[in-house]
Design a protein around this ligand. Structure first.
Ligand SMILES: NC(=O)c1ccc[n+]([C@@H]2O[C@H](COP(=O)([O-])OP(=O)(O)OC[C@H]3O[C@@H](n4cnc5c(N)ncnc54)[C@H](OP(=O)(O)O)[C@@H]3O)[C@@H](O)[C@H]2O)c1
Length: 321
């Protein structure tokens, strides 16, 4: 791949739809910030916006899209079904469309493979006994394509994907999971690729405050290329995905950063630099165990395994072989 124009590359999903591999994340973008951020991003050239029902900011994302003046059909818009809405998919899709002020979204993801009973909305600790993510997927498969162009999942490890694929009529178009140099999720990325599921990397800067930017190896590489550590992190993901298997959705509410993050066309890492970043020893995961059910399971275990919590160990978090 010579001089990749990362900011303009689109990949083709298993639905045939085109999705830009560079987008804007909006988690923790407060309602009074996200409208400006979305407008700034679209005016700077972003054409992919990621939001979720759980972020509580869909209405402002919709406003930002309108403010930008960019035609809706030029934008790839993703939202996600909240864990407490798994039994009400049709209803919450309509609610999202209303908030986003659009007739359709390009992609809707099941946010987590965890179906939470909304009986305790505040603590979110009660699981449905008669429902799981396979049931939710069946509901998602029924959403009319006039409202949702593609359906996908998020935070699905290999075992959960295998369970889903056993009965799915539609193969998820995307699996959105945490992936950065400290949590490369390589086995999961490879598994998704083998099934034709595009992988979107979230928290690819290390999430709040972009903590990965302090990594010594990363800093050296960024200095050599006279660029920011953030851009090296973004390119590392897109490059290992060969410009098609992995997309990135860095979040920022700071217009100057939003603009700067996009200026990475032509940045290419040597094999030696990729190897150095692949070999980072530090390991951390942003989105950890906060749900009433284990999500990242040790390889070889199934959701149905009794006492699957016992299989939890540090390595399984990173889906390493
Ligand atoms: N599916 C899921 O469960 C899930 C989970 C987590 C995230 N996501 C999605 O993935 C997106 C990205 O992940 P994330 O929000 O966790 O974090 P991230 O994109 O890894 O990092 C965001 C942080 O980096 C800062 N930042 C961005 N560009 C910067 C730059 N050039 N220089 C210095 N700091 C910079 C931002 O600050 P400012 O905003 O203050 O500029 C913010 O604090 C989310 O917003 C969301 O859309 C999905």
């Amino acid at each position: 791949m010579s001089s990749p124009a990362w900011s303009k590359i689109t990949t083709t999903l298993n639905t045939g739809a085109k999705m830009p591999i560079f987008g804007l994340g909006t988690w923790q973008s407060a309602p009074n910030e996200v409208r400006t951020a979305v407008k700034a991003a679209l005016q700077a050239g972003y054409r992919h916006i990621d939001t979720a029902q759980a972020y509580g900011n869909e209405a402002e994302v919709g406003d930002g899209i309108i403010d930008s003046g960019v035609p809706r059909e030029e934008i790839f818009l993703t939202t996600k079904i909240d864990n407490m809405e798994h039994k009400d998919v049709a209803k919450v899709v309509d609610e999202s469309l209303k908030k986003l002020k659009t007739d359709y979204v390009d992609l809707i993801l099941m946010h987590w493979p965890v179906s939470i009973d909304p009986v305790d909305r505040e603590n979110q600790k009660v699981l449905y006994k008669d429902w799981n993510f396979v049931d939710t997927w069946r509901e998602m498969e029924k959403i009319p394509s006039s409202k949702v162009k593609a359906i996908g999942v998020s935070n699905f490890g290999i075992e959960n994907l295998k369970t889903l694929l056993e009965s799915a009529k539609t193969v998820p178009a995307v699996n959105q999971c945490e992936a950065h140099i400290n949590c490369p999720s390589t086995a999961l990325v490879d598994f998704c690729k083998s099934k034709g599921i595009h992988f979107t990397a979230y928290s690819c800067l290390g999430s709040t405050g972009s903590p990965l930017a302090n990594d010594k190896t990363l800093k050296e590489i960024a200095e050599k290329h006279n660029t920011s550590t953030q851009k090296v992190l973004l390119v590392w993901n897109m490059q290992r995905g060969e410009g098609k298997h992995i997309s990135v959705i860095p979040k920022s509410v700071t217009p100057s950063r939003i603009e700067d993050n996009l200026k990475l066309d032509g940045l290419e890492l040597s094999q030696e630099e990729m190897d150095k970043l692949n070999a980072c020893q530090d390991r951390f995961k942003v989105c950890n165990e906060w749900l009433p059910q284990l999500v990242f399971r040790a390889p070889g275990t199934k959701a149905s395994d009794k006492g699957s919590r016992d299989f939890y160990d540090k390595d399984s978090l990173f889906e390493r072989e």
